[in-house]
Design a protein around this ligand. Structure first.
Ligand SMILES: NC(=O)c1ccc[n+]([C@@H]2O[C@H](COP(=O)([O-])OP(=O)(O)OC[C@H]3O[C@@H](n4cnc5c(N)ncnc54)[C@H](OP(=O)(O)O)[C@@H]3O)[C@@H](O)[C@H]2O)c1
Length: 287
C-alpha cells in the first residue's frame, strides 16, 4: 500500500436515498389527489439468477416508495409473440403506469420487438426507440435510467461538463448511446468507444470525464487515465466488480464511483422517480 492521495468517492447510495424519499412524497400526493396507487409492472423472462435479483430489488424499492408492483414472470422458451402480447396487455391496463422488461431477455426473443411494444408513456426504463430519439434531441422523456442516474450524480458533485472532454466506453442502446447524447446535450465534447476502437488507452488519456460501460471486469486501468479525471464506473460484473480497476484508478482520478454504491442505486432511484412521474402524467395530476 502507498499513501498516495485517493479520489473522492461519489456516493450514489446517499443521493439515491434522497431521490427515493422525494419520489415517495410524489406518490403520497398522487394517492391523496386521485385515490390511485402508482404501479410498476416488472416483466422477467427465463431463469437468469442475476436478473431475478435485479427485479426483486426494483420491486422492493418500488414498494418502499409507496407504489404497487405487479410481477409478470414468463418461462424460458417464451416466444417473442407471447412476450409482446403480455406487454401489450400491460400497456392497455390503465392501473399499470410503468413497464420494465428486465434485460437481457433470453435468445431467440427479439428484444427490440419486445421493447417497442411498450407504450412510450409507460416506458419508464427508457428502452424504446422513441425515448432514445427524444433523449438524443434533448426532448422531455423518461430517458434510460442508468445514464440519467449518472447525469444526476455528475450534477450532484458539480462536475463541469461544458467544454469538457468526455469519453464513453460502450455503445449499447440502454447505456453508452444515451449517455453520449446526454453528455453532448450538456455541451461536453464526446468520444464514444466500443470493441472496434483502436488504441483505447490513448483516447481515455484525454478524458476529463470517463464513463465505463464495457461489461468487462476491471478492464480500464488506472494508468490509462488523465490525472484528476472524473471516473464513472457503470459496470456491474459478478462479484460486485466494476469495469474499472478501482485500486489503480482511485489513485489517479479526482473523483470515482465505487462498485457497489455508485451507479447501481442511482439507476433504481431514477426508475422509481420515472414511474411516479408517469403515473402523475397518466392520472393528470401535478406533483
Ligand atoms: N449499474 C446498473 O444499474 C447497470 C445497468 C445496466 C448495465 N450495467 C453494467 O454496465 C456494463 C455495460 O452494460 P451494457 O448493457 O451496456 O453492455 P453491452 O450491451 O454488453 O455493451 C457493452 C459495450 O462495451 C463494448 N465493449 C466490449 N468490450 C470492449 C472492449 N474490450 N473495448 C471497448 N469496448 C468494448 C461493446 O462494444 P460493441 O458494441 O462493439 O460490441 C458494447 O458497446 C455492464 O457491466 C453491465 O453489467 C449496469
Amino acid at each position: 500500500m502507498t499513501d498516495e492521495p485517493r479520489a473522492i468517492l461519489m456516493n450514489g447510495t446517499a443521493l439515491a436515498a434522497r431521490m427515493l424519499a422525494a419520489a415517495a412524497q410524489k406518490v403520497r400526493l398522487i394517492v391523496e389527489r386521485t385515490g390511485q396507487i402508482p404501479t410498476l409492472a416488472t416483466v422477467l423472462v427465463g431463469d437468469n439468477a442475476a436478473s431475478a435479483v435485479y427485479v426483486r430489488m426494483k420491486r422492493r424499492r418500488c414498494e418502499q416508495a409507496g407504489m404497487r408492483s405487479v410481477r409478470v414472470e414468463l418461462p424460458h422458451g417464451t416466444s417473442t409473440a407471447q412476450l409482446v402480447a403480455e406487454i401489450v396487455r400491460l400497456g392497455e391496463d390503465p392501473s399499470v403506469h410503468g413497464i420494465l422488461v428486465q434485460h437481457p431477455v433470453p435468445a431467440p426473443i427479439d428484444r427490440r420487438a419486445a421493447f417497442e411494444a411498450i407504450p412510450v408513456a409507460k416506458d419508464v426504463d427508457g428502452v424504446t426507440s422513441t425515448t432514445l430519439g427524444r433523449t438524443i434531441l434533448g426532448m422531455p422523456a423518461f430517458a434510460s435510467c442508468t445514464p440519467a442516474g449518472i447525469m444526476k450524480l455528475l450534477a450532484e458533485y458539480r462536475v463541469p461538463l461544458d467544454g469538457a472532454d468526455a469519453v464513453v466506453v460502450g455503445r449499447s442502446p440502454i447505456l453508452g448511446r444515451p449517455m453520449a447524447s446526454m453528455l453532448i446535450n450538456a455541451h461536453a465534447t464526446v468520444t464514444l468507444c466500443h470493441s472496434r476502437t483502436r488504441e483505447l488507452p490513448s483516447i481515455i488519456a484525454r478524458a476529463d470525464v470517463l464513463i465505463a460501460a464495457v461489461g468487462q471486469p476491471r478492464y480500464i486501468q488506472g494508468d490509462w487515465l488523465k490525472p484528476g479525471a472524473v471516473v464513472i464506473d457503470a459496470g456491474y460484473n459478478p462479484g460486485n466488480v466494476g469495469d474499472v480497476d478501482f485500486e489503480s484508478a482511485s489513485r489517479r482520478a479526482s473523483m470515482i464511483t465505487p462498485v457497489p454504491g455508485g451507479v447501481g442505486p442511482m439507476t433504481i432511484a431514477v426508475l422509481i422517480d420515472h414511474t411516479a412521474d408517469a403515473a402523475a402524467q397518466q392520472l393528470n395530476v401535478e406533483v
